[in-house]
Design a protein. Structure first.
Length: 644
């Protein structure tokens, strides 16, 4: 363990450069090359990476400070003695954030023009430019797509080799190009002075090379993974064909993806798929058998398929390329209703689609040969957003995008006012929709004889009132439910999102539905099983008061295991409460009434309390619910059983 100082590296002779960001704090464990501060001159900003891995023990500068080469930045505690740069030496040169080049000894103050040319594209010549993703003046990041090329077998994004501003563009859609052709000139801020003398940079080379992927074996040929630039164990993210499908030469059969790139593997020939040997999630390398293909027209020599569209290993994760201002957006107003069977899109578009959660098979392609362009994707997303936001006009969405209420002009029928729902009302509506639609629920009914409980409660009521406690049937219900939860733990669970497990809770927090002026709220009374009825009455009174005074905090309404919804003071003989997911049970309580009950000899007047128990049938079986209800009923019918 040693202590090392990280200093400002060579920043191209610039002095008194402002620190605009400190990216680490004391105690952070940092890696080699992790950005520790960001400097900014009037021409460039640059990340200063750490030259060592270790724990930051102190920071010697603050944002706004001006620093020059050699100034102390921070002190780190380094684990091993194997320190890459002596503390006294300037750390590894900073890489300007906005102009990353291969060479790390950057000059922060020079702006330079770099010519970007077509890289090695697997020997293909006269390849058509089908998309120019940038316009002059655009700012791009390293890895952003500059152009898309397409042969009859493959298409490939050509990513920017570095970040900068697009200068003159030398090519246009429809041009044909080969390796070395000029693409454009890029103005890199704070470009490397040494590198700027080497003014030509080829755009990053697509790694996939064209190699034979099929082996002739009579009329049926094995199609294997072609040369994918030496990548091993690459994940299959899409299998676009199934046994029995007919494919045309060039049709995508599978899509592979590394952490940096995705590539389509096209069919080397037209034919019928006899069998498919891989599935999504498999890891493959060159030569791995993909499928057996019964080739149309017998045993002609096998064409060399080109893996389509690979981003090079050095490119950062593709980002959305700046949209061409002039590019007409695809008309997505009529989004495909039937998903397309085959999706043709480059890796950048696929990556963006995944980021946005868009199913590309629903996007209408407008690019050459049915290719989905970024504009198509943007247009699709725009159309989807417009549709979502205009939904209230067509039908009042209750906040969740779930079923809507048909829009009607009620003023046709009489005088009306339109009243905005409160936030709580809107949230309740959303939750109700979710709970009602997602939870398969059943409601069971029963009546508890609370004659003794009521006699006991009424006897205590006056005394409790003197202590400021209102003793209604509710605290008894809370206590009884809590005891029933302990005795019937299947009600004290929450299902987990994985669909495979549930959480068994060992605490009993009971939610109380309160009809407050702001809307329906459910404060939670904690550890009800461990508290006395009197204590519960006090706490429930406080929570209800808070709810009525709109004083509840979010924490007061969290963590419930089960809810009690009492309409007893209002009336009714029964209702079907909706389970308050992720809880799995709710007890609806209606108004107690005196009813004649047969005691074996005669009818007796008894106070009967209607109970309505709804439960999530995924978590609770009818038998469990029956036992819960019977247990609860027994507690309420014989107050001595309640641990008061
Ligand atoms: N049967 C008969 N009388 C009842 C009763 C019942 N089930 N429950 C309460 N009462 C009586 C009380 O005893 C009290 O009378 P006394 O003062 O003579 O004793 C009176 O009704 C008023 O009670 P309350 O309303 O002040 O107190 P509570 O503890 O019963 O209820 C609360 C509190 C917050 C649950 C209730 O006010 C409330 O907001 N309920 C609405 C819940 C709701 O909206 N649920 C949603 C339904 S859809 O899921």
């Amino acid at each position: 363990m040693s202590t090392e100082i990280i200093r400002v590296p060579d920043i191209g002779g610039a002095a008194d450069v402002e620190i605009i960001e400190i990216s680490v704090k004391v105690g952070d464990i940092i890696e080699v090359d992790q950005s520790i501060i960001v400097l900014e001159t009037d021409k460039a900003s640059m990340d200063v990476p750490s030259s060592m891995a270790g724990k930051v023990t102190s920071i010697s500068v603050k944002e706004g400070d001006k620093v020059s080469e050699g100034d102390e930045l921070l002190v780190i505690e380094v684990e091993s003695a194997d320190v890459s740069a002596p503390a006294s030496e300037p750390a590894k040169s900073a890489e300007p954030a906005s102009a990353k080049t291969e060479n790390s000894s950057s000059s922060a103050s020079v702006a330079a023009e770099e010519k970007v040319i077509v890289p090695d594209i697997g020997g293909a010549a006269d390849v058509e430019v089908i998309e120019v993703c940038v316009s002059e003046g655009d700012m791009v990041e390293e890895g952003d797509s500059l152009i898309v090329l397409e042969t009859d077998k493959a298409s490939m994004d050509i990513p920017s080799p570095f970040s900068g501003k697009i200068g003159k563009i030398s090519i246009k859609v429809g041009d044909t190009v080969s390796e070395g052709a000029d693409i454009l000139v890029m103005v890199t801020e704070a470009a490397d002075s040494a590198a700027s003398s080497e003014t030509e940079k080829s755009a990053s080379t697509p790694a996939a090379e064209q190699t034979p992927a099929a082996v002739v074996s009579g009329g049926v040929e094995s199609v294997n993974v072609p040369d994918i630039g030496g990548a091993e164990g690459v994940e299959v993210i899409e299998v676009a064909v199934a046994a029995g499908d007919t494919v045309k030469e060039g049709d995508s059969i599978i899509v592979l993806e590394t952490d940096k790139a995705s590539m389509e593997i096209p069919a080397p020939k037209s034919g019928t798929v006899k069998s498919v040997s891989i599935s999504v999630g498999d890891k493959v390398s060159e030569g791995h058998l993909i499928l057996e293909l019964e080739v149309e027209g017998g045993s002609a020599p096998v064409a060399a398929p080109a893996p389509a569209e690979e981003k090079v290993a050095s490119a950062s994760a593709p980002k959305a390329a700046p949209a061409k201002a002039s590019a007409p957006a695809a008309d997505q107003s009529a989004v495909l209703t039937e998903p397309s069977k085959k999706v043709h899109a480059g890796p950048a578009v696929r990556m963006l689609a995944r980021e946005l959660g868009v199913d590309l098979s629903l996007v209408r392609p407008t690019g050459p040969r049915g290719r989905i362009t970024k504009e198509d994707l943007h247009a699709y997303v725009k159309a989807a957003v417009q549709k979502a936001t205009s939904a209230p006009a067509a039908g009042v969405a209750v906040g969740s995008g779930l079923p809507t209420v048909p829009d009607q002009d009620f003023s046709k029928f009489g005088d009306v006012d339109v009243v905005k729902m409160s936030k709580i009302q809107r949230l309740t509506a959303q939750n109700m929709v979710r709970n009602a639609l997602v939870v398969p629920q059943v409601t069971q009914f029963d009546k508890a004889d609370i004659s003794d409980l009521e006699a006991f409660r009424k006897g205590l009521k006056g005394e409790m009132e003197k202590q400021g406690v209102k003793l209604t049937p509710l605290p008894f219900l809370i206590k009884a439910v809590a005891q029933a939860m302990v005795a019937n733990p299947s009600f004290n669970v929450s299902l987990m999102a994985d669909g495979e497990s549930y959480v068994q809770k060992h605490y009993v927090h009971i939610g109380i539905a309160v009809d407050s002026p702001a809307g329906l709220v459910v404060p939670v009374l904690r550890d009800a099983d461990k508290k006395s009825v009197i204590q519960i009455a006090k706490e429930a009174g406080e929570l209800i008061k808070k709810a009525l005074d709109k004083q509840l905090k979010p924490a007061d309404m969290q963590g419930g295991c089960f809810t009690i919804s009492s309409l007893g003071a209002i009336g009714g003989t029964g209702f079907t409460p909706i389970v308050n997911c992720p809880e799995v049970g709710i007890l609806g309580v209606s108004k107690a009434d005196v009813e004649p009950r047969w005691n074996g000899k005669e009818f007796e007047p008894r106070t009967m309390l209607p109970l309505c128990l709804s439960y999530d049938h995924r978590a609770v079986n009818g038998g469990d619910a029956g036992r819960f209800m019977t247990y609860l009923n027994a507690l309420l019918s014989d107050v001595r059983r309640l641990s008061l």
